[in-house]
Design a protein around this ligand. Structure first.
Ligand code: ZN
Ligand code: ZN
Length: 138
């Protein structure tokens, strides 16, 4: 929270209640859509419209406070960028998003470099499949 306040201040943005509220929601849960955040805030912040939530998320993404994820669902999901770097696996049946750690991808990138000479600057992958619960149901 403190880090986020500092980034806003340094870039000349005010810490409005709306910005604070959006970040607070993302601290409590991960991979939320703008509509998820809007739904969660509606009761406490009736003045907050969906378009304001979108604008706030755009700003926070631009400032590097929030990370925007696209899982091919037709909308984006958001999470705090301050979290450790990680990758995602999305369940195609229930929509759950699971995180897995960075080391596995670093290992893969190294293998690719060893085999092809390709040097990876940036990698971000999403696995698609079924979570443990959905897989167990079949
Ligand atoms: Zn599932
Ligand atoms: Zn994540």
């Amino acid at each position: 929270m403190v880090e986020f306040e500092r980034i806003l201040k340094d870039r000349g943005y005010r810490l409005t209640n709306q910005r604070r509220a959006v970040v607070r929601e993302l601290e409590g849960a991960r991979h939320l859509s703008a509509e998820d955040i809007y739904d969660r805030l509606r009761e406490e912040h009736p003045e907050l419209g969906l378009s304001t939530v979108y604008r706030t998320l755009d700003l926070l993404t631009e400032l590097g406070i929030v990370r925007k994820d696209d899982f091919g669902e037709g909308y984006s999901r958001y999470e705090l960028a301050t979290e450790r770097m990680h990758h995602h696996a999305r369940c195609q049946e229930c929509g759950r998003v699971i995180e897995f750690n960075e080391e596995l991808m670093e290992y893969l990138a190294l293998q690719v470099e060893r085999e092809t000479g390709f040097v990876t600057d940036w990698h971000e992958i999403t696995l698609y499949g079924r979570c443990a619960e959905c897989a167990a149901r079949d």
